[in-house]
Design a protein around this ligand. Structure first.
Ligand SMILES: CC(C)(COP(=O)(O)OP(=O)(O)OC[C@H]1O[C@@H](n2cnc3c(N)ncnc32)[C@H](O)[C@@H]1OP(=O)(O)O)[C@@H](O)C(=O)NCCC(=O)NCCS
Length: 204
């Protein structure tokens, strides 16, 4: 388990599939997270996907829950890639509890994924993809230090038109340079406690 602020990142268990069935079939949630809102999945398809995840050692998949109540609020993923001999963490998340959008949890999840990437898994860079209309995600990613780089033109067809896909990335040294501020912003007065447990670099 990985704990960050109010959030715990734990493995996704087979028992979680019932909740995933609800989230993965939510038109609006999937429209933002994967730009293919009609991608409905039934229980048997989800179980088949789950069996594939279990075998996939490159990808870490987490249920994100509130530590206090143990209520799951969403999922997060981190895929270890080494294209071009540079260790890269491809990260993604969605908050399935839509009433919690826009309350800062997304930023907390993204910084937690960066902590895992750079402070635990020794990655050199991290990247994320998002669709043109997902302004909330772009703001959250940029607030955590991701920079928008490439644009894949007309990559998604949703709600009657084509949209571009945006690629975001952040390098290890860029993250380390802003880490202190990001931990303070996302953890508040718990930043020092976290730093004591997880930061071996002086001044982190
Ligand atoms: C994207 C997501 C993870 C972000 O998490 P979140 O908790 O909602 O985001 P945060 O509250 O941390 O930050 C959102 C930022 O967007 C801003 N925002 C909120 N609603 C917005 C909107 N409709 N348009 C533009 N910006 C918006 C907020 O003010 C905040 O910016 P600020 O920190 O400068 O104030 C979450 O909204 C989500 O799960 N969305 C659906 C799935 C998805 O898009 N997944 C990501 C795919 S790349």
């Amino acid at each position: 388990m990985f704990e960050f602020g109010k959030l715990r990142f734990r493995p996704i268990e087979r028992e979680d599939l019932k909740l995933l069935h609800e989230w993965e079939n939510d038109f609006e949630l999937i429209m933002y997270s994967r730009s293919k809102p009609m991608n409905f999945v039934n229980t048997a398809q989800l179980e088949k996907q789950y069996d594939e995840w279990v075998k996939d050692e490159k990808e870490l998949r987490f249920m994100v829950e509130l530590i206090d109540s143990e209520d799951p609020i969403g999922i997060a993923r981190l895929r270890r890639e080494e294209w071009g001999n540079v260790k890269t963490a491809d990260v993604g998340t969605y908050i399935g509890k839509k009433e919690l959008w826009g309350k800062g949890f997304g930023r907390q999840i993204i910084v937690a994924l960066l902590e895992m990437s750079f402070n635990q898994l020794n990655m050199e860079r991290s990247e994320a993809w998002s669709v043109e209309y997902n302004h909330r995600a772009h703001k959250a990613l940029e607030a955590c230090g991701f920079k928008r780089g490439g644009v894949v033109r007309q990559a998604a067809f949703v709600n009657g038109r084509k949209w571009d896909g945006y690629h975001f990335d952040i390098l290890r040294e860029e993250y380390l340079n802003t880490r202190r501020g990001l931990l303070k912003q996302t953890l508040g007065d718990k930043a020092e406690e976290y730093a004591e447990k997880h930061c071996t670099i002086k001044g982190y």
